[in-house]
Design a protein around this ligand. Structure first.
Ligand code: G6P
Length: 369
């Protein structure tokens, strides 16, 4: 059994460590070697369709939905196409507004989630083109969608999704750049920045694993916490939703993610002495704003674990502990920043003696409604 887990104690830890390799595999053959462009030869879109897309609906569940939130930011920035992201169980039961040139993107690791498949089928029935981003080559989503982008994460066994999420993000960044490049909306500076950062991601993901001992200590110190809050702005908010979900799923500690600027509209009432707050501050343009939110929770004696880039000297003055991410572009920060959050959930579950790979009440794939 241990051989199956590659010497790791749990599948989840093994899968967290497989992320550098999974990212490499998802980039392979898609990112040009000279880092000048992206090629998605698997798409069967005509030039006319590619140019005509006027809105995008991203539909998914759980962690895949969280990946969609990052995808929206990337597509809107690089391709300038308006994107809506919605959980499949909501999307399928309302009448979303669409145009004949709406592209529907379903994101599903397993390719078998019932609500996501229903959204896929409804969309096809309306005559919309559907692109599936999935990790399973022969899955229902892969077979039924018009086009497929495979995430090459390899089989994911642990219920809590890790490498599937990071590779979904990679696929979405590639897609966003591709759309922008083909439609002429991608700024050159953005192209250079994001493609260089994508190429370096496997190394970044490898290095960020070094923060494990610090995170394990934090998990040990806070194993009796009842509530935890994750705060951030922009892409940090998107990734903190995933961090909070991971923690809930396997440690059973209540966790909430808040857009940092929204704290004062309610959640601040719950911040009292010693309440753990995980604060992400990777978005340079929003840094000062986030910092002032961090000071607000610190003023209420929260215990703050900050996450920022190596080289930052400011954050440590306002928080209790800092996790430093190897420096890369803030545009791709979620792929680096999610790794310590996955480790935090993992160690919090381990110290509480939980069944890490098979958390109570949850299934790897929800194939019935
Ligand atoms: C279940 C899993 C989650 C997953 C979600 C969506 O809830 O436990 O990890 O994110 O389903 O699954 P999918 O296969 O569609 O990405």
């Amino acid at each position: 059994v241990s051989a199956e887990r590659g010497g790791f104690e749990h599948f989840m830890l093994k899968e967290i460590h497989e992320q550098p390799r999974a990212i490499t595999d998802t980039l392979r053959g898609r990112l040009a070697e000279d880092l000048s462009s992206v090629h998605l030869n698997e798409l069967s879109w005509t030039e006319d369709f590619l140019q005509s897309i006027d809105r995008i609906h991203i539909v998914a569940c759980g962690t895949s939905w969280h990946a969609g939130l990052v995808g929206k930011a990337a597509i809107e920035r690089f391709a300038k196409i308006p994107v809506e992201v919605e959980v499949a169980s909501e999307y399928r039961y309302r009448d979303p507004l669409y145009s004949p040139n709406t592209l529907v993107i379903v994101i599903t690791q397993s390719g078998e989630t019932a609500d996501t498949l229903a959204a896929l089928r409804d969309s096809k029935q309306k005559g919309l083109r559907v692109l599936a981003i999935t990790n399973v080559v022969g899955s229902s989503a892969a077979r039924e969608a018009d086009d497929v982008l495979i995430t090459w994460a390899g089989p994911e066994i642990a219920v809590a999704s890790t490498k599937a999420y990071t590779t979904q993000l990679v696929a979405l960044y590639l897609l966003a750049v591709y759309l922008g490049q083909e439609r002429g909306t991608l700024a050159e500076a953005d192209r250079n920045e994001v493609l260089n950062a994508l190429a370096k991601l496997p190394t970044v993901a490898e290095k960020v694993l070094d923060s494990a001992p610090l995170i394990e200590k934090f998990a040990l110190d806070y194993q009796d916490a009842r509530d935890t809050f994750f705060i951030g702005r922009g892409l940090d908010h998107a990734v903190s939703l995933e961090g909070a979900l991971k923690l809930k799923e396997i440690s059973y500690i209540h966790a909430e993610s808040y857009a940092a600027g929204e704290l004062k509209h309610g959640t601040l009432a719950l911040i009292t002495e010693g309440v753990p707050v995980i604060a992400l501050a990777t978005q340079t343009e929003l840094y000062e704003k986030t910092l002032s939110n961090i000071k607000e929770v610190k003023a209420r004696d929260a215990f703050v674990l900050g996450v920022t880039w190596a080289g930052d000297e400011e954050l440590q003055k306002s928080v209790d502990e800092v996790i430093y991410l190897p420096k890369t572009s803030p545009l791709v920060a979620p792929i680096a920043a999610v790794v310590p959050l996955q480790l935090l959930a993992y160690y919090a579950a381990v110290v509480r003696g939980n069944d890490v790979d098979k958390p109570r009440n949850l299934a790897k794939s929800v194939t019935v409604e």
